[in-house]
Design a protein. Structure first.
Length: 122
């Protein structure tokens, strides 16, 4: 795994554990997820994501979601959520898609700059 991505995941874990007490307040759950996501994806426009890196990011995000959401009670049986249930809650807006979207926005600006340079207008 890329060392920069591993460091970002570790920093995301630190943010989660620092803010763990706030997670019990329901209105802060979405804000905490966004804070963790911004820490993890900082400078992600420059990353080259391999399949292993994407998998590790998915694993990290699901772990955090399970900790935030907690256990579910179905027919008086408590259990943790599986991957499909956590994907439904996030509406398939996972961290890798977020990074890909940031990458595409950055490259769009870069393409516009190169077109202007080719035309000679600055």
């Amino acid at each position: 795994m890329n060392t920069e991505i591993a460091e970002r995941i570790a920093k995301g874990n630190r943010v989660y554990y620092v803010k763990a007490k706030l997670i019990k307040m329901k209105f802060l759950k979405k804000n905490i997820k966004m804070m963790i996501r911004t820490v993890v994806t900082y400078s992600s426009e420059t990353w080259i994501l391999m399949a292993k890196d994407e998998n590790n990011l998915h694993i990290f995000e699901r772990q955090i979601l399970r900790k935030i959401i907690g256990a579910v009670n179905i027919d008086n049986i408590w259990r943790t959520q599986n991957n499909m249930e956590s994907d439904k809650l996030t509406e398939n807006a996972d961290i890798v898609r977020f990074i890909r979207h940031k990458e595409s926005n950055g490259w769009g600006i870069f393409k516009n700059w190169t077109k202007q340079d080719q035309l000679g207008s600055y």
